[in-house]
Design a protein around this ligand. Structure first.
Ligand code: HPA
Length: 274
């Protein structure tokens, strides 16, 4: 595993110039960020040794290097989902690579079902914490000591400091945010009403099929994390509970300008702790 990570890192180091401390994973709601970015390099995942290749419609697979919010950023345009058939090691492989490239802060977005009955479709939720419901753990197996310890803490997995910046900047921009707990499960089927109810009972506010593995691996490496969910369906109303991939993408697209503006303001205002 370590050898494979090093091969990818060495390949990328031969392509990249400059230092990158901020990584961004473009999930739902953030696809438009690329238009606001000054892209210096587009590296298809297929060219990076050992990188998995994205299979989902609407998710392109490139690593973008450039400037956003006044900082150099490495952007994953397309992520790997467990439901696509990848192992947890593959899903989180790019995070290991970002870590070795010097990334200290990781920002991610995703689409999620609104489990909290007060949430409306189109709401933007700052993730305060997660519940890991995936059937396999991304740190299962031999610990990679060069990245982090065997039993990493997951307290404050979602940086309180960056969350505070997000709320300050949202206020400046006149954007309303909600906050809550993201439950990550494997999919690919959406949940039954009974499962949405169960998620509410165990303390989730939103549910989706990504993010949790990436955050766990990023935290293992000591990367500071921030995540936002775009609420694409509400489990509170019988008409809004049922969803499909198109609808999820449409809602994601509709909030792109707001999400991009917010992420840009967050990146501008983050001090990188080295
Ligand atoms: N469940 C799981 N993943 C999702 C949902 C949902 O309701 N909506 C968007 N992604």
């Amino acid at each position: 595993m370590l050898q494979r990570i090093i091969e990818s890192v060495e390949y990328l180091q031969s392509k990249l110039t400059g230092e990158y401390h901020v990584g961004i994973i473009l999930g739902s709601g953030l696809g438009g960020l690329v238009k606001a970015m000054n892209i210096e390099q587009t590296i298809p995942y297929s060219e990076i040794p050992n990188f998995p290749v994205s299979t989902v419609k609407g998710h392109s697979g490139n690593l973008l290097a450039g400037w956003f919010g006044g900082k150099r950023v490495l952007v994953m345009q397309g992520r790997f989902h467990y439901y696509e058939g990848y192992s947890m090691q593959q899903v989180t492989f790019p995070i290991r690579v970002l870590s070795k490239l010097g990334v200290k802060v990781l920002l991610v977005s995703n689409a999620a079902g609104g489990v909290n009955q007060e949430f409306l479709v189109g709401d933007m939720m700052v993730i305060t914490d997660h519940i890991n419901l995936f059937p396999e753990h991304p740190l299962h197996g031999k610990n990679l000591e060069e990245f982090g310890e065997r039993f990493p803490t997951m307290v404050d997995a979602y940086s309180p400091r960056i969350r505070a910046i997000a709320f300050e900047q949202a206020k400046e921009l006149g954007l309303e945010l909600v906050s809550g707990v993201y439950a990550g499960l494997q999919g690919p089927s959406y949940e039954t009403p009974a499962e949405y109810h169960w998620l509410r009972v165990i303390g989730a506010d939103a549910v989706g099929m990504s993010t949790v593995p990436e955050i766990i691996v990023a935290r293992h490496s000591g990367i500071e994390c921030f995540g936002m969910s775009v609420i694409t369906n509400s489990t509170a109303s019988p008409e809004k509970i049922k969803t499909n991939h198109c609808e999820v993408q449409d809602i994601g697209n509709s909030v792109q300008p707001k999400m991009t503006a917010l992420f840009s303001a967050i990146v501008s205002n983050i001090q990188i702790n080295e």
